[in-house]
Design a protein. Structure first.
Length: 301
């Protein structure tokens, strides 16, 4: 069995994100293993961790997520693995006469579930099939972005509430056939109505302040006209998404990657037409408050 002395956590180069963890087999860790807390601490400190050389099946993936925190069951069942609803499947690969998962997920800047009242603490990804020309995910450190905000942009967000909504990213499923767009929008509004979060949040563990906005789900800053919102959000997103803020993680076979949604936004890289891609995702709640001033995520799934 792996021990804490065998596990090595290698920090990223100065100014970068993402620690690398080696010398550990997640299948062998008991629920109360001493290695689990250093992994959690590394996620908070380094925003993202890559656990190398893992090899587990679907049940073992769910089991490890349970050891680390509380797995999410995503609210839309068309993303679910048929035997393991905790696993969110992103795939463009046909599997006989059954469609499993959803293709072309996450190719826009976002943080997972910011459109929910209790957003998702961590996201873990375990790739299954790599496309030939794209083996990565893009990330932006929003604490670093906030620290570097010019004064006029900082005035747009300090003490301001942002509105997040997921309706425009909804993926149509078989049960939606013969429903009008109005019916679909009304239903998704009932399932996940727009929510409000501070535009700047404080991390409950590190105390860092981070800009909590993303192009995918942030639809407005509260108290502004439509025209003011359009202008200010465009300025903010242009600054957030500058090339110098973007970090790309290149996947390797056997990687298990976990990141903190409080501090990072992310975007999947594009998959070229005709190339196959498949990955498993499990969202994990750490059951701490998502940010100062919000209750812990009791009862969330």
């Amino acid at each position: 069995m792996s021990t804490a002395t065998e596990m090595q956590i290698t920090p990223p180069p100065a100014g970068q994100i993402g620690a690398t963890i080696t010398g550990i087999d997640t299948n062998e860790l008991p629920t109360d293993a001493p290695e689990l807390q250093p992994i959690r601490d590394a996620i908070y400190q380094h925003r993202l961790v890559v656990i190398r050389n893992q090899n587990f099946n679907e049940q073992q993936y769910v089991d490890f997520a349970r050891k680390l925190g509380r797995p999410q069951v995503y609210f839309q069942s068309n993303y679910h693995h048929p035997q393991h609803p905790e696993i969110f499947v992103s795939s463009n690969i046909p599997e006989g006469d059954q469609k499993i998962g959803v293709a072309r997920t996450g190719h826009y800047w976002h943080t997972d579930c910011s459109f929910e009242s209790h957003p998702l603490s961590w996201t873990s990804i375990y790739p299954q099939v790599f496309p030939k020309d794209s083996r990565g995910t893009l990330y932006i450190d929003m604490a670093k972005v906030y620290a570097n905000l010019p004064e006029h942009l900082r005035s747009y967000v300090d003490g301001v509430t942002a509105i997040h909504a997921g309706q425009l990213r909804y993926k149509v499923q078989a049960s939606d056939i013969d429903r009008s767009l109005e019916e679909l929008l009304n239903r998704i509004n009932e399932e996940v109505p727009p929510v409000r979060h501070p535009a700047v949040i404080e991390h409950p563990v590190t105390g860092e302040k981070a800009l909590y906005l993303n192009r995918g789900f942030t639809v407005a800053l509260e108290g502004l006209t439509h025209e003011e919102n359009k202008r200010r959000l465009a300025e903010l997103f242009e600054f957030i998404e500058r090339p110098e803020h973007i970090h790309q993680h290149a996947w390797s076979e056997g990687d298990l990657i976990i990141w903190d949604n409080r501090l990072l936004i992310h975007m999947s890289t594009a998959v070229a037409p005709g190339q196959h891609s498949k990955s498993y995702r499990i969202g994990i709640y750490d059951d701490l408050p998502f940010y100062a001033g919000i209750a812990a995520e009791e009862g969330q799934s």
